[in-house]
Design a protein around this ligand. Structure first.
Ligand code: SAM
Ligand code: SF4
Ligand code: SF4
Length: 396
């Protein structure tokens, strides 16, 4: 399997200036893992990557979505109520001023980030501050805003597609596949018209039991999209037993109730035939296509089966996320964990960022994590961030 390194290599060849900036979070994460985490485990001097979950709102309702899917909590009137709490542009600008000297890479997501009302001025401000900005989107607004996106030279778009047309629409809603394809075409037209190679565009596919048999057809269909990468996320998930263990653990160690993790116990990662998925991914890797294929986690092929059949078995350990990353939630809460944001550290509307990032709650969380078995909590077992930033278990 190719790893994330293949993207860095490609980028170094095509765009060394941007590649240099992208190397920073990688180095920060490695340093935080092997230096900060060990030498001064409670605090950190690194900030390589910062996620912004800009809004709880979304125009789609994908079945496996941990926020808005079958088990998600951010739906209906609850999401509408939460949307009243979104951080105003001015507060985000103040945050950018506080963090820009660390030059973190920014990853904007949601909900659907295009539903944050000041998305364009916010990205303008971040880019003027010298930050690399990437946006994770469901792609349904790309056609509408293609001209502005290319004019502003956004660095990267991560666009979600979960299968070839019918499969994708079964998961993401009727007509969503076509809207994404129209979006790619519109961006590529604008890039050609404006003579720009920004934004780099990649597809993110969340593997589940509704789509894994169809992944080759999707890979074939992406040929005309002019992609810079295609990421196959093997899935962020838990089950009821893991949720129960996490609930008990978080209460005991950090006096926290959990609400987010249960949204990821969807059942959509059960009954995946690991050998069949491996065969499909192998065929995709063997295809004659320009862009790198990345599997997260980049597992040894014969271990894919274990990822799905033995949920108790860690494949990555010693999460280093809290020593170099964090997520800013739509209401301004800072959490280390982007998907399972059950432990807020403080709020950027009330407290300067670095007071939060190395504050009392942050220090407590880092120490609890460092002192846990294998450097992870029970709920971390298939967390996406740990799949990217954790320590590879021997053989996996
Ligand atoms: C929550 S969405 C937010 C951004 C945007 N709305 C989108 O769909 O791209 C971020 C990413 O998480 C993925 N995702 C949703 N549910 C997931 C799950 N249970 N496990 C792993 N990834 C998931 C989505 O497919 C998407 O690529
Ligand atoms: S588009 Fe993104 S946020 Fe919206 S429901 Fe789908 S995965 Fe969730
Ligand atoms: S592995 Fe655990 S601690 Fe680390 S980011 Fe994921 S949920 Fe948070």
């Amino acid at each position: 399997m190719k790893t994330n390194i293949s993207v860095v290599r490609e980028l170094l060849r095509k765009d060394p200036v941007l590649a240099k900036k992208m190397v920073h979070p990688f180095v920060a994460q490695k340093k935080s893992m092997y230096v900060d985490r060990l030498l001064h485990p409670a605090t950190t001097a690194e900030l390589g990557l910062i996620y912004f979950r800009l809004t709880p709102l979304c125009n789609l309702r994908c079945v496996m979505c941990g926020q808005r899917g079958d088990k998600g909590v951010l739906k209906g009137s609850f999401a509408a109520g939460e949307a009243k709490k979104i951080v105003p542009l001015e507060d985000y600008k103040r945050l950018v001023d506080q963090i820009k000297h660390k030059k973190p890479v920014v990853y904007l997501w949601g909900g659907e980030p295009f539903l944050y009302p000041d998305l364009f001025p916010l990205i303008d401000y971040m880019m003027e501050a010298g930050l690399v900005v990437s946006v994770n989107t469901n792609g349904t607004f790309l056609e509408k805003y293609a001209k502005e996106i290319v004019e502003r030279k956004w660095h990267a778009l991560f666009v979600s597609l979960d299968g070839f047309e019918e499969t994708n629409d079964r998961i993401r809603g009727s007509g969503s596949y076509r809207r994404v394809v129209d979006g790619f075409e519109a961006i590529n037209r604008e890039k050609a018209r404006q003579g720009s190679h920004y934004p780099y565009m990649g597809v993110v596919t969340t593997v589940n039991n509704l789509n894994y048999k169809d992944l080759y057809a999707l890979a074939e269909a992406t040929r005309p999209f002019k992609l810079a990468w295609h990421i196959y996320n093997l899935g962020t998930y838990a089950n009821d037993a893991i949720v129960a263990r996490q609930r008990e653990f978080m209460k005991r160690e950090l006096d926290t109730d959990i609400a987010c993790l249960p949204g990821y116990a969807t059942g959509y990662n059960e009954d995946i035939d690991g050998q069949e998925l491996y065969d499909i991914l192998s065929r995709i890797h063997a295809m004659d296509i320009d862009h790198p294929i990345i599997t997260v986690p980049a597992l040894e092929p014969d271990k894919i089966d274990i990822y799905y059949s033995k949920l108790e078995e860690p494949v990555r350990t010693h999460c280093s996320v809290p020593w170099s990353q964090c997520n800013i939630d739509y209401n301004g809460d800072v959490c280390f964990c982007a998907d399972y944001n059950d432990y807020p550290l403080g709020n950027i509307r009330e407290t300067p960022f670095f007071e939060i990032f190395n504050g009392e709650r942050a220090r407590k969380f880092r120490l609890a994590l460092k002192n846990s078995k294998d450097g992870i909590f029970p709920g971390c077992i298939r967390c996406y961030q740990n799949m990217l930033c954790g320590r590879r278990v021997k053989g996996f």
